[in-house]
Each structure stands twice: as C-alpha cells, then as structure tokens.
Design a protein around this ligand. Structure first.
Ligand code: XMP
Length: 512
C-alpha cells in the first residue's frame, strides 16, 4: 500500500489514479487524519500531495512525524516538497516569482526517482503551480534538476529515499509524470503490480460474506453501471440473500428499463423486483416546471417507493449502494465555507438511518474506470459497462418546463436516433455523455407543402474526465446534418434541431 497524504491540492485524486493504473493499491487521507491512517495501513511508501497553504504561514499543515521516523520512502510534490523540506530542517520562503503552468526543467545529476526516464543534461517539460519555494535544503539533500524559476525543481536525499519535486508529476501536462510515479512505487518502494480487478473481486466477496453473514441485503438498481456492478458482485458473494429493487420512474431512455430487467432476471438470474411507478412520478410532476422542485419530487418519491418495497420484502438488515471512492474521500477544506448547491443530486441517502439498515458498499475503494473494469471482470456486457452516465432524475431534467408523457415520448425517440448515429459513427466511447434535450420552444417550419409549428430539440455531447468540467464535442457538420435530418423526418413533434456548444463551466452538462 501507498499512503497519499492530502494537503488539499485540486489534483490529489490524480496521484491515486496514476498509481492504481499501474497495479498498486493506495489510499488518500487528509493530513488531519494522516497519523491514524499511517499507523493503520502500514504503507510501504508515502506521497505528500500539493496544497494551497503556505508552509511559513502559522498553523499551516504538517506531515505526521511518524512518517519520517519510520524510514519509508517519501515523495513530496509541490507543497509536499516544501513541508518535507521544512520538517527536516530546511527553509521555505514566500514571495518569489511564482511559476504556473508549463516549465522546462534541466537534469543536473542522476536520481533513483527518474532512472531510465530522464538523462543528465536533458531538458523536459513539466507542470508547475506554486508561489512559495524552498530556499535552503535540509542536510543530506542535493539538487537533481532546476528550472528558470525553481532552483530545486527536483531535490532528493537518495540515502534516506526522500524525493521531492516542485512540479506535479500526476497531471497529463507533465508528459513523463506517470512514468516517474510508476518508477517511485515499483522501483524505489518495490511494490508489485498486484492490484487487479480479479484480486479485488475475490477480496470483496470475502468481505461481503463476512459483513452480511446470513443476513438479507436489498440493492436499489438505478439502471446505471455502479449499482449494477455492486449488485452482481454482492450476488456472487451471497446469492439469493440479495434482492434487487428497480424503481422504474418512467423517466428512463428508450428500451432501458427492459434492458435492466432482462439483464438481471435473464442473464444473471438475480431476484429482482421491478416496480413500475411511472404513473406516480408523472402524476406528481404534472404542472411542475422548476428544475429544483422536479429534482426534489423525484428524489422524495424514489425514497418512498423504495422504502415501501423494502418493507414488503421484509427482514433486510442491509442496504447495498454503489458508492464510489471519489464520494468517500474526505476533502481537505481550508475555507470551511458552505459551497453553493448548483443541483440537488438524488440518491437513496437518508434511507439507511430511517429504516435502521447497515450499508454494504463494495465499490467504496474504486474509481469509475475501475468499476467498469470490475464490471467486465464480472461478465457484464461491454455495451452495458461502457454506457454514458445517466442522471438519477432521468429524462425529467432533459425536458425543460413541465414533464408530460407526450414530451417524454418525443424525447425518447429523438434521443435514441441521436445515440444510434453516434454509435454508427464510432464515436460513442470518445464522448463522455451525449443526449437530447426537448425544449419548450416552438418554431415555425415548412414540411412538404404545409406549415409546422413544433418543438426545438437540442443535442448535447461533451468530453470530460470526471463530469466536474466538460468541453462540448466537436462533431463534423455532416454528422450533425445527417442526425438532424433523421430526427426531423422520423420523430413527429420536432421541426428544428440545434447543437449546444456550451462547455462546463459556465454551463452544466445537464440542462437542469
Ligand atoms: P451536471 O449537469 O451537474 O452533471 O454538470 C454532472 C454529471 O452528473 C450527472 N447528474 C446526475 N447524476 N443524479 C445523478 O446520479 C443527479 O441528480 C444528477 N444530475 C446530474 C450528469 O448526467 C453528469 O454526468
């Protein structure tokens, strides 16, 4: 195991991803709790992340002393470099020319950190982002690389196996950064590549059995990848002690509800309760056009319906959830201020306490791409595992204005054509998420010899790594033309198609 101590950098998660990609297990813990995590995990190596604080400032974060005393190799990145240098007796000062963005470093001396990757005398691009800098190195350290504004771009103590970089190896803008991190964990620390999804599957099956014993587990399926993978894994562990509940809110895409049902009942033979609650949802959504009210109604009904079914099943002491690692990582908050709610995402939160159930969360240690890999490992079809994310409130938030059965029907058809064209063009896997939005705007058109007065459909497609930021996808015009023509010809009720070229920020991915 590698322990990553988080000092609050925006990109700490990327360190973990880079390590996991190379088959090494690691955990991120905030500096406030690093002491406890270090004692419990007994890591073979430690990485100090970057962070926004300033080492000379009073009360700024420090690394646990135990890490230095243990003699394990340490890699300090950016703030991590400074805090390491400071704690070992060096000097850190603010007020130097800050370096942000791309810089070239020049290698002065060899180091185990970049052995086989960078050569003495070579110049290599890296990504810097810092204001303070180390002005005097601790005893035992030597400079291995410099840049114009960073005399200690890389400084190390090879004997004690302390390595520090002023730049960020974990971001893609440091092209050799992933190799450096791999080199650190495999060659310096000496860890094997044994973090695989096959190993994880076996380990989790054991853990689920130990946690659940002979108890009963209920798992809410959303139709998405996470809950499906969690359900299949739990079923493998405890068989028919698991019951899945699929609350069908009638806001799924074309054919989607049937796919979920046939996958679970047919392919896996997992006990599944399919609750068709669409009338209830559509009924309560009637006349509501405010996005947050729609979200709240759907979230509340979902919990109500789920709870009702769970009671009918009875006797379940456990609720399974597809919680992922990014939801679990405690964030290091310096400002402490409440963040603004842009959208209230809905999940089954709150249910376990209300119903006095314990949580089974077998994906808590995984990133999204690892969940997909685990899904493939468990035999879920590629087409299912590779599906674009779909929001809990479904098509309701893709019909701005009131949600009606008529609008949903139009949207389903148009969306299916759009996705069909994307698949045919071989673009599905390149795009993070693509969908149609049926607007409430009507415009005048002419079809055949007649006047039409129908709705405007918007197409959206974005690329993203985590959904937090996104860029609109640059289709070629021929693709958009072809898709628009098909939609207008094949779907009644739409006479105009537009393409949304807003990135996030300032837009969000969904329209509501
Ligand atoms: P936004 O629209 O906030 O979306 O840019 C970011 C990602 O989250 C998905 N999304 C949701 N997922 N429940 C979910 O499970 C929700 O209420 C919800 N709202 C948005 C969205 O599809 C995108 O992938």
């Amino acid at each position: 195991t590698i322990l990553i101590i988080d000092f609050g950098s925006q990109v700490t998660q990327l360190i973990a991803r880079r390590l996991r990609e190379t088959g090494v297990y690691c955990e991120i813990h905030p500096f406030q709790k690093a002491d406890e995590a270090f004692a419990r995990l007994k890591p073979k190596g430690v990485i100090f992340s970057g962070g926004p604080a300033s080492v000379p400032a009073e009360g700024s974060p420090r690394a646990p002393q135990a890490v230095f005393e243990s003699g394990v190799p340490i890699l300090g990145i950016c703030y991590g470099q400074q805090v390491l240098a400071h704690q070992l007796g060096g000097t850190v000062e603010g007020g130097h020319a800050a370096e942000f963005g791309r810089a070239d470093i020049e290698i002065r001396e060899p180091s185990a950190l970049f052995e086989g990757i960078w050569k003495v005398g070579g110049r290599y691009p890296v990504w810097m982002s810092h204001g303070d800098r180390v002005t005097r190195l601790p005893e035992g350290f030597t400079v291995k690389a410099v840049s114009e504004n960073a005399p200690f771009a890389i400084a190390t103590d090879e004997a004690r196996r302390y390595f520090t970089t002023m730049f960020h190896p974990e971001v893609v803008h440091t092209p050799d950064g992933a190799s450096l991190l791999q080199n650190f964990v495999h060659n310096v620390v000496g860890l094997a590549r044994d973090w695989t999804m096959a190993a994880y599957r076996e380990e989790m099956i054991g853990k689920i059995r130990a946690q659940v014993g002979s108890g009963r587990v209920i798992c809410g399926l959303s139709g998405g990848v996470d809950s499906a993978v969690a359900a299949v894994l739990i079923h493998e562990a405890i068989g028919d002690q698991l019951t899945c509940v699929f609350v069908d809110h009638g806001l799924m895409r074309k054919g989607e509800a049937d796919q979920v049902v046939s996958l679970f009942r047919g392919h896996y033979n997992i006990p599944l309760v399919h609750v068709d609650a669409s009338d209830k949802f559509i009924g309560e959504l009637a006349g509501v056009s405010d996005p947050e009210r729609k979200r709240k109604i759907i979230g509340r009904l979902f919990v109500e319906v789920f709870e009702e079914e769970a009671k009918k099943i009875g006797g379940a002491g456990f609720l399974a959830q597809g919680t992922l690692y990014p939801d679990v990582i405690e964030s290091v908050s310096f400002s402490g201020g409440p963040s603004v709610t842009i959208k209230s995402h809905h999940n089954v939160g709150g249910l376990p306490e209300r119903m006095n159930m314990k949580l089974v969360e077998p994906l808590r240690e995984l990133f999204k791409d690892e969940v997909r890999a685990l899904g493939r490992e468990l035999g879920l079809p590629d087409a299912f595992v590779g599906r674009h994310p779909f929001p809990g409130p479904g098509l309701a938030i893709r019909c701005p204005g009131e949600v009606t059965p008529e609008k949903l029907a139009i949207l389903r058809e148009a969306d299916a054509i759009y996705l069909d064209e994307i698949r045919k063009a071989g673009l599905y896997d390149t795009i993070w998420q693509a969908f149609a939005v049926l607007t409430d705007v009507r415009t005048v058109g002419v079809m055949g010899d007649g006047r039409t007065y129908d709705r405007v459909l918007a197409l959206r497609a974005v690329t993203s790594v985590d959904g937090m930021t996104a860029d609109f996808y640059s289709f070629d015009m021929a693709f958009l033309g072809r898709t628009a023509t098909r939609i207008i010809n094949e779907v009644r009720g739409i006479n105009r198609v537009t393409y949304d070229i807003t990135s996030k920020p300032p837009g969000t991915i969904e329209w509501e």
